[in-house]
Ligand binder design. Sequence first.
Ligand SMILES: Cc1cc2nc3c(=O)[nH]c(=O)nc-3n(C[C@H](O)[C@H](O)[C@H](O)COP(=O)(O)O)c2cc1C
Length: 225
Amino acid sequence: MDESGSNSLKILGISGSPRKGATDFLVREALKLAGEKYGAETDYFSAKGKKMEFCIHCDYCIREKKGCIHKDDIAAELYEKMIWADAWIIGTPVYQGNVSAQTKTILDRCRAVVARDPKAFLNKVGMGLADGGDRVGGQEPAIQTLLNFYIINEMIPVGGGSFGANFGATFWSKDLKAEGVSEDSEGMRTLRKTLRKLIETTWLVKRAGLPDETGSRDSKSTVPP
Ligand SMILES: Cc1cc2nc3c(=O)[nH]c(=O)nc-3n(C[C@H](O)[C@H](O)[C@H](O)COP(=O)(O)O)c2cc1C
């Protein structure tokens, strides 16, 4: 049980697509499964229609430690959801062989959260999901970008395990939005496998309750007993 008295996992889904298409559909499907099969509480943020500023490297966040200088939808809505969640599912369309600009903007803007509190994302678990118009269009580099982000921010990245979902969930949309990816049965298998790993790992972290530097048991700590 956490400080809020909740005993269920809290999963945040993020779609880095600027439209209601494949990525929106897939992240919502993952959240639906997390709720129905694993009893998770879920929340969602889509980049569609959102005001999202680029990081401008002004270093306000580093100097002031009060979050980001931009007061847009990321600051108003997303930061809070990120901190609330035990685990994240970031979904991105593949753009030029990597994550979309919207997804990258979200990742960059997390610098402000970590500048304020270096442990803000510590031991949260993260998985990646990528869909491309081509069958081999850059889904793996896109997922790797997401996994690198999790590592940099002291989160715990997961893939879906061997035999089918090694680095995460990958889809071939054929540029047909939700219709395209819903017909990708192999992609759906990678999603189920990776989500299962996300859930298992998040439970392990929650149950570990590792002690922090002061000896108090706190699942946010990395110090071994
Ligand atoms: C600017 C841009 C760049 C793209 N680059 C790629 C690419 O490199 N590889 C690929 O497979 N698909 C590429 N696509 C296609 C999208 O990744 C694909 O249609 C995706 O499923 C769209 O997701 P959405 O429906 O959630 O927006 C690109 C699309 C756009 C708009």
